[in-house]
Ligand binder design. Sequence first.
Ligand SMILES: [Zn+2]
Length: 265
Amino acid sequence: MDLKNTNYEYFINNEYKKCEFCGQKLTPKGLDYLYTNITPKSIKYERCNCKLSQEYWKNKDAEQYKIDKRNYYKNIINKIYKDNYLNRKLSNYSFENFIVNKNNKNEVEILKDYLKKCLENKQEKGMIITGNFGTGKTHLASAITNKMIENGQVVLMGRLSFLLDMIKETYYDKEKSDKELIELYSNIEMLIIDDLGMETISNWALEKLYSIVENRNENKLPIIITTKFNKNNLLERLKECKDKSLAEAIISKLYLMCYGVNLKK
Ligand SMILES: [Zn+2]
């Protein structure tokens, strides 16, 4: 064997990497380091167990976990929204192409201000946007969605039935689907439920909505609701399902965790 062409020589002449915190020599992982042609940079080392190193890796792992989770959510969302008409239509809406008049200019300013904090990931409160048909609720909610997506944040927007059904379809394992669905909606940076109260909500959907609202509140993540109903009418709509106390719990929680704007024509 010609040692000159192997990494053997490298390891004979060079020292292993040292822990940058305590200076202790690190142990290479496995036997990869003995392979020929391996570059020193690609050698993996065992982690040092000194205090500073442990702290460093704890933070590093937490960071990586966050990134992995985000990518995981992004992948699911990309899969769901591929070729979806609703999303494409809404993607053209912005604050720039919203028609501002004297009756809505204050509300538009409030929403712009609200968005600012969302873009910095500092918005903990949600927003309930009410207004009759044609006042631009969906347009403005989409404008917020689009800006956040542009900013690299993970956002989902749609009607409740659409949001729940679309994700349900991506799983085959019933047991798994519920859990993952709730987790996804509970952890993404923004969730926008469009036109709440317009469709009949099943008990199943109401239960999911309750968990999502509760989790987002605990996770200090905002939610946006658009609806043409005021608080009482929305409650009446949700109460049409079997579980009336659940409907009440959702409405009171939502109103506690959200600001509100009312759009006029
Ligand atoms: Zn160390």
